[in-house]
Design a binder for this molecule. Sequence first.
Ligand code: ZN
Length: 263
Amino acid sequence: MYISDLEAKNLICKIGLKMWEKQMVAANDGNISLRTGENSVILTPTGVSKGDLIPDMLIKVDMAGNIMEGTLRPSSELQMHLNIYRNNPEIVSTCHAHCMFLSIFACAGIELDMATSPEPILISGKIPVVPYECPGTLELAKSIIPYVNDYSVVLLSNHGPISWGKTPLAAWHTLESAEAYAKSCMIIKNFFSDYRALSSKQIEKLEDRFHPIKEKNRVYCTEKETNRDPGRSYSDFNTIVCNLSEESLEKLANLVAKKLKGK
Ligand SMILES: [Zn+2]
């Protein structure tokens, strides 16, 4: 179900401002688009801060990328947005930003797949890494095609995330949720490496209660269920080293042994 061009323009300005206020974009970074018909898409212009958008700045294009309305130049990632709509007709919204935590994972080439809490498991699920292509090119626009039917957000290598969704607000909410997920994954992994993941059984129950999760979207989880044990004392976590998992401790011990052997 499409919304009107005017509604789409107002919504894009609102999302842009939120994006900028949440520091998910710097300078003129990021781009947002909404599909408003079988052959029409409204999107942000190039060279404008997402915090300064007004409806008159937005551009209307057809599905071939021809400008139908607007005086400014469309975002250089226009073809990437169009490829999402062309390859999954159910999608009506797309958001791209350079938010800090997701962009760090994109630079490290690390996909997000921790079973931390129900919301990210259900909203984005596993977030994969798309091989690097130069921003603003047709190669980048093509690189995401294999992902548009299996995921709702991906990490463009050494660049940042792009999300999409089946409602006008879905892409934005997915991006916002994914950034919070990336932030918590990084903090948990670095400070509490033996975190208590949701088990496969607990994820099955989430699927029964909410919606099924596609195979490719599944996060990593273990059979072991420790999150119903009593809470542990934070006072016992004296240092990061003391809090290493058995596996990490073993790795550290091997590294130390290797170092000592070399002397
Ligand atoms: Zn970008």
